[in-house]
Design a binder for this molecule. Sequence first.
Ligand code: ADP
Length: 541
Amino acid sequence: MLGLMQDWPLLLHKIIDHAALQYGGREVVTRSVEGPIHRTNYSQIRDRSLRVAQRLAKDGVKLGDRVATLAWNTWRHLEAWYGIAGVGAVYHTVNPRLFPEQIAWIVNHAQDRVMLLDLTFVQLMESVQDKTPSIERFVVLTDKAHMPQTKLRNAIAYEDWIAEVDGKFEWVEFDENTAAGLCYTSGTTGDPKGVLYSHRSNVLHALQACMKDTLSVSAQDSVLPIVPMFHANAWSLAFSVPLAGAKMVMPGARLDGASVYELLEAEKVTFSAAVPTVWLMLMQHMQTTGAKLTTLNRVAIGGSACPPSMIEYFEERGVTVYHAWGMTEMSPIGTVGAIKPQLAGLPLKDVLGVKSKQGHAIFAVEMKITDDEGNRLPWDGHKFGRLMVKGPAIARRYFKRENEEILDAEGYFDTGDVATIDPNGYMQITDRAKDVIKSGGEWISSIDLENLAVGHPDVAEAAVIGVVHPKWDERPLLIIVPKEGKSPDRDGILKFMDGKIAKWWMPDDVQFVTEIPHTATGKINKLKLRQDFSSYKLPTA
Ligand code: ADP
């Protein structure tokens, strides 16, 4: 017997409809790419996203077609997502930090028909447009006054483009499982893989994200999504923030410490989300200028491990840290580190220990850890194994690789991460399966060593890689970027680490560099580091 409730497909445009109706006057503030601060609201965003949908329909863009965006977080980018999805097409977020050849590869793979791009990226696309013939038209996200001279195919300013229709348009209705968004993983190994979100998965994920113990977004908030919309579906914030009716503050192209700080204060931001590198820039700005945070009360930190020293920095200033873990394939949030009731009242030191873990699974994310044979490992906080996940907002196939099986027999997706899960359900990433250091048949977590090293007062950034060793197979090498004006030495660093980890985990050597390479998504590029140090020999070898 079936239930007798209404069929109400979970479509993305229902989110912006709700925001416009219930919170129509709630502001969306942007540091525009052109420079000045721009203000609009959900009611106007909805009207203009309807125009985007109508304008795309006028050009024959139809259900399932891909429309690329190469853009910073701005109100126009937000309108574009809702407009593209609202006509049944697929927003494809292109990461501008990729090499031009990678961008061309991805656009060709996706067969994007239109590209909406920021002024900042016009030159970049001029250099690769000959290699991306599927793009019929480039729409520059600006107005007539700022439109540059460009050789881009059929180029038009966004404001002129949407002015060509009258906005009298109805959202297209279709099945909730229809594709809505496409985001490629960075592909540090092999070709990039396309993750294809559906309307249903995005709406469910937005609901999950708003929950009190996930990101706790509500209409009372002013939210600054620093995490770019081109990175892992913007951690759901393009959907969860309007859904909750919170004020939205978009940082545009400027993510440096001073610019972020200015927006946090000027727009009375209460909640923000970004990767550790961005927070590091803010912390450095605050340390050098003595600036204080007066409205921020929560931050989500994820994308790579959040060092305990960063958690401490924020918590000491009254800002609660939500350490989160996830990935593009998971829409992307998998776990968040809210404190469970049984852990309430712990002293700060122990709270920091819990918060340094990546958190517990949110609703509709099932997790297991397994050994190499696929057997489940216990949740004892010690045994580590491959982290596998299952849920309605987690990929089951990659785009155009539909014949490739990516789930195990129980329907779980292999995250490529290695983790422990403790009896309270808190998961801790010990490494990427490919970065873990295999020493004498045992595993050493590069992330643990990095977290410890950045706790040293003179260290700005740290990375650990495994280097070949004749006896132990691999031993850890610690690579450090000193803080400006500081010159820590090898012995001082090792002494600092000594006693805080098992003896056999201690790095065999420390090397100092001025910069550590990062991937297009802001993570330490271990592949590049391993290449840079390919001729390096350990003193212990
Ligand atoms: P990409 O793989 O394209 O860089 P993703 O955002 O999809 O982008 O990367 C997901 C991976 O990032 C995870 O599988 C995990 O290895 C790492 N990651 C994400 N959040 C955390 C975290 N809080 N701590 C440690 N690693 C993390």
